[in-house]
Ligand binder design. Structure first.
Ligand code: TTP
Ligand code: MN
Ligand code: MN
Ligand code: MN
Length: 371
């Protein structure tokens, strides 16, 4: 009947893999606050609360406009009472008590500072904090502290690698790796992954995935690439992790477990002359080069689609895609494969789209996965 309008209330899914999230965040005021609390809970090993706030932040990132009242949150999933109270406070006063408290907390500030060093995780940061250390100078002057090789390089290149990597720098490094890989194996595939594949303008590192058509040769390819980078004099640091890949194994239940592909965590030297528009350096940098964190992963060709999906992220997108598979489809997904627990078989995929199809999910482009 005319005159009656049906107002469709768009329902927002509790799963990030069913929400299209671009790099444009209209609700940074709220999500920044949530992320501070999530990090604080992470430092205090309260994983449940940490994930709850990460999930809440992710929901708000998918919204097409800024929240303007608490009513705007009524139809939204994953927002608990605490999250809603924070939103309410931010709407009314522009700041939230609990968040201010965390930000001015000495323990939070110190753990945040220490974990900003490459190779320093929450456990090490906590240990240093407990022995009374509060600043980098304290750590570097304390002769009873043993820094591993990764941490030594984290301090050595601290200024460079804590400065954001630009898209132009990521492109330049992809070109370097692409050329090295193809000089070794002409039929290789190389792709920029991680945040830059999702369309981010800046990142904390550059993630690159490559493989060769010949299954079984991918690990040697990575080792040869590392050797070549060393010969070119651009390898400042290399932590190589050999493959521990077992094709018979079921996908992991826990997301946080690292995958089993051959990979390496690098610090590379990037020349200003290689970057269109120059380096992303704060002041005039007379050196003409900078250090950049680069992750390389080399999965076998028949797992490439799963590895690409896993390394494209975001972390929240991946977490929720796995949770969706498990809870809604009785399937297990990780960076290596997809296992159907009903059929008791692995489902093959040659593209990311195949994986979304197996799960009965609408395809999401990489730039829509910024959950
Ligand atoms: P990151 O490089 O940590 O994050 P990012 O690229 O999304 O953001 P940033 O700009 O800060 O760099 O990780 C990228 C993806 O790689 C992330 O979804 C997790 C995934 N990953 C694995 O799947 N296995 C691993 O062993 C590692 C180190 C990362
Ligand atoms: Mn760290
Ligand atoms: Mn990255
Ligand atoms: Mn990375």
């Amino acid at each position: 009947p005319e005159g009656r309008k049906v107002v469709a209330v768009a329902t927002v899914s509790q799963y990030a893999c069913q929400r299209r999230t671009t790099t444009t965040n209209h609700n940074a005021v709220f999500t920044d606050a949530f992320e501070v609390l999530a990090e604080c809970y992470e430092f205090n090993q309260m994983e449940g609360r940490c994930l709850a706030f990460r999930r809440a932040a992710s929901v708000l990132k998918s919204l097409p406009r800024v929240l303007s009242s608490l009513e705007d949150t009524h139809h939204l999933p994953c927002l608990g009472d605490h999250a809603k109270a924070i939103i309410d406070e931010l709407l009314q006063h522009g700041r939230a008590f609990d968040v201010q408290k965390v930000l001015s907390d000495e323990r939070y500030q110190t753990l945040k500072l220490f974990t900003s060093v490459f190779g320093v995780g929450p456990k090490t940061a906590e240990k240093w904090y407990r022995t009374g250390l509060r600043a980098f100078e304290h750590i570097l002057a304390d002769r009873s502290i043993h820094l591993n090789h990764m941490q030594q390089n984290g301090f050595l290149h601290y200024e460079d690698i804590s400065r954001a990597v630009s898209k132009a720098e990521a492109r330049a490094l992809t070109k370097v790796i692409d050329e090295v890989v193809h000089a070794i194996t002409p039929d290789a595939i190389v792709a920029l992954t991680g945040g830059f594949r999702r369309g981010k303008e800046f990142g904390h590192d550059v993630d690159i995935i490559f493989t060769t058509l010949e299954v079984g040769k991918e690990e040697n390819l990575l080792l040869d690439v590392i050797k070549s980078l060393e010969n070119q004099g651009v390898l400042l640091y290399c932590d190589y992790q050999a493959a521990t890949f077992d094709t018979a194994k079921l996908p992991a239940h826990s997301f946080e477990a690292m995958d089993h592909f051959a990979k390496c965590f690098l610090i590379l030297r990037l020349e200003a002359s290689q970057v269109e528009g120059g380096l992303n350096s704060g002041e005039e940098d007379s050196r003409g080069w900078r250090a950049v964190r680069v992750d390389l992963v080399s999965p076998p060709m028949n797992r490439y689609a799963f590895a690409l999906l896993g390394w494209t992220g975001s972390r929240q997108f991946e977490r929720d895609m796995r949770r969706f598979a498990r809870k809604e489809r009785r399937m297990l997904l990780d960076n290596h494969g997809l296992f159907d627990k009903n059929k008791k078989e692995f489902l093959a995929a040659t593209t990311e789209k195949d994986i979304f199809d197996h799960l009965g999910l609408e395809y999401m482009e990489p730039w829509q996965r910024n959950a």
